[in-house]
Design a protein around this ligand. Sequence first.
Ligand code: AHG
Ligand code: MN
Ligand code: MN
Length: 339
Amino acid sequence: MNADVQKYVSSIGITLDRFIAQRQSDFPYAKGELSQLLRDIGLAAKVVNKAIMNSGLIGIEGPAGEQNSSGEDQQKLDVVANVRFIRALTRGGEVCAVISEEEDEMIDTGNHNAKYVVAMDPLDGSSNIDVNMPLGSIFSVYRRKSPIGTPPTIEDVLQRGTEQVAAGYIIYGSSNMLVYTTGHGVNGFTYDFSIGEFILSHPNMRSQDDGKIFSYNEGNLYDFPQGIQDFIEHCRQNKFSARYVGALVADVHRNLLKGGIFLYPATKKAPKGKLRLMFECNALAFLVEQAGGVATDGEQRILEIVPTEMHQRCPFIVGSKAMVEKVTEMLKAHKEVLA
Ligand code: AHG
Ligand code: MN
Ligand code: MN
C-alpha cells in the first residue's frame, strides 16, 4: 500500500470482525475457531446491550427472585445476560463447556468436538442495573485439557489464569465498548449503533506506569488488612482522586485509561475477598497485564493462583504498576512488623 493510501486506511475505524480476521495471523496454526468464538461474544454483547438499554421499558429491571451459587440475589438482567451469552457460545459451536457466575455447575454445550472452554461473569455490577449506571460482562477463554470428541470435564474449566488464550470485557456505559486480548496487547472497540458494529477506537491500550486514582468501597475500610489501610492513607496524603463506580469492569476500565488502582481486599465479612477468581479476576488480570499493569491478591500474581473450585473468591488488587507495587510493599511491611 503506498503512503498516500495508507493515511486513509489506519487501523482505527475497522470493524471488530475484520480486526479479528486480520489478527488470526498472530497464531500461525489457528484454524479460525478462536476468531469465530470472539465474534460470537461480540454478537452476544450487542444483544445484551440492547436488553440493558430497553430494560426500563420491557419490564426486566429488578430482582429475578432467585439466588445464584454465591448466595447473591439474581437480577432479571443477570439471568437475561447469562442466557444470551450461553446461547451464542453454544450455537457458535467453538466451545465445549461454559462456566458462569450465574450457574451452579459447568454447562456442557454438547459441542464435544470444540476445543475451547469459556468462564464468564455475564453481567457485572448488578447493583447498578436499576439506577442507570455502568454495567459490564467479563470473559476468559481456555483451551480444553480433555481429548477432543469427549465430554468436557471439570479439569477443562479449572485452569490457572496463565492458561488463558483470550480474555476481555464489555462495558455498557455512556458508550458500549468491547475490550479484549489474545496475549498480543489489548484493543478496544466502540459500538456504533447506526451500523450495528463494534469499531476499533482504542488500539494497543497501555496502562500508565503510575496513577492518581484509587478505587475501593470506603464502607469496608476498617475491615481491610492494615497494609491496605496504610496505602489508602498514603493516597489521601497525596491528594489522589477516590473513584468507585461499584461495577468492577467500569472501575478497571477507567483506571486502565487514566492510571489508577482498584482494590477489593479481604474483609471481615468476606475473608477470602468478594470477587470471583474464575469469572472476574483472571480475565481482568490477564488483560491488565497485557496492557503493562499488575494484578495480585496481595501475596501472589492472580494468574498463578491454582483454582480448586469454580466459584472461589480472592482478594483483588489491580492497576498501574507503581501503585500495585506500593500497596504490596505496605502489606509486606506490616506482615514483617507482626512477625
Ligand atoms: P456482580 O454484579 O457480578 O456480582 O459483581 C459485583 C462486584 C463488582 O462489580 C464490584 O466491583 C463489587 O461487586 C462491588 O461490591 P461492593 O458493593 O461490596 O463494593
Ligand atoms: Mn461481577
Ligand atoms: Mn455478575
